[in-house]
Design a protein. Structure first.
Length: 266
């Protein structure tokens, strides 16, 4: 009797294994609850209106909408920007944003072909100060420049930054206060971020002299080289962003008008 029971159990195991092997594979987009294919993105917590302290903002809206076009729903972890980059490198997250594609980042991470956003950063001064400075080449050595820690400011800035006495902080409001108080000589700020911070601080944009363009750059979701899904995720995001632009949803979510589109193309 023992021998017959063992044979019957073995037979049932073989039949179940054969059935599982012949079953059709479930598409990855339909199994997001499976830990083996969980998509985790790092959202920085200090770049409003793109991504605020809760990880909410224009960037997050665009990412959710773009991935929804391909049937994906990633999870988000809200982190300081420096931690986003750290976790990208270590592979703790699949992707992170808002990362500028430039010489210092293009080999560190995997990028898609379609940028999440195009942004502009400018040099800001107190009115009436340093009036002879009209380009980055005019800025003298040891000039006190306020910047956000670990932000990317374009390749031209990278070529000059060794000459500056950088004052690195984590919040835009800190840069604004330091410039207002004369504790730094100038600040490099992204225009929409600066306008948002000044409004929240109940300060007028005319408080500073927005002197000249630092750089116009493309911001992406960067993906980790250690994520086995990185290139596939970048491709899916590209597809979603392309569809959003084709339908006009992108402009609505990003708050782009015909007027500022024309200004950005100049």
């Amino acid at each position: 009797m023992r021998k017959s029971r063992i044979s019957f159990g073995l037979l049932m195991w073989l039949l179940m294994a054969a059935a599982e092997a012949s079953a059709p594979a479930t598409p990855i987009a339909q199994t997001q609850d499976d830990n083996s294919i969980r998509i985790l993105l790092g959202a920085e917590n200090s770049w409003p209106p793109y991504s605020d302290t809760d990880g909410q903002g224009i960037s997050t809206l665009l990412i959710k909408a773009a991935y929804a076009k391909t049937g994906l729903a990633p999870s988000f972890q809200v982190l300081p920007y420096a931690r986003v980059l750290h976790d990208l490198t270590s592979g703790k997250i699949d992707g992170g944003y808002n990362v500028t594609l430039q010489a210092s980042t293009q080999d560190q991470y995997i990028f898609g072909k379609v940028p999440l956003l195009s942004v502009e950063a400018y040099w800001f001064f107190l009115p009436g100060t340093h009036t002879r400075i009209n380009s980055i080449e005019d800025i003298p050595s040891n000039f006190r420049v306020g910047v956000i820690r670990d932000y990317e400011y374009g390749d031209i800035y990278e070529n000059h930054r060794h000459r500056f006495n950088e004052v690195k902080v984590s919040q835009q409001s800190q840069i604004i206060r330091m410039l207002k108080q004369g504790r730094i000589d100038a600040a490099v700020m992204f225009d929409r971020e600066a306008e948002y911070a000044l409004k929240n601080m109940q300060l007028d944009i005319g408080l500073f002299d927005k002197r000249f363009l630092n750089h116009r750059g493309d911001v992406y979701v960067a993906f980790s080289h250690k994520s086995p899904r990185a290139r596939w995720l970048a491709e899916q995001l590209d597809k979603g962003l392309t569809e959003l632009k084709q339908t006009g949803e992108y402009d609505q979510l990003a708050g782009i008008t015909a007027e500022n589109r024309q200004i950005g193309n100049q």
